[in-house]
Write a protein that binds this ligand. Structure first.
Ligand SMILES: [Zn+2]
Length: 62
């Protein structure tokens, strides 16, 4: 599971359909939707956290 702050709800939420992508600089980022309002959410992640999220069911997109 991946948590990120929803800009619209102004609170941390568990991302729906999280997808892990790699940034141009070699970092990792999770992208998904807010489960409550559907706003797109993003969270920067370390490599360890990205791998953990993938093991926990996030989609690997890199
Ligand atoms: Zn929201």
């Amino acid at each position: 599971m991946v948590e990120a702050r929803c800009m619209k709800c102004k609170s941390p939420k568990e991302m729906k359909n999280p997808e892990i992508v790699q940034t141009a600089r070699g970092g990792y980022m999770a992208k998904g939707k807010c489960p409550d309002c559907g706003t797109t959410m993003c969270a920067m992640m370390s490599k360890d956290n990205a791998e953990k999220a993938i093991k926990a069911g996030a989609k690997k997109s890199y």
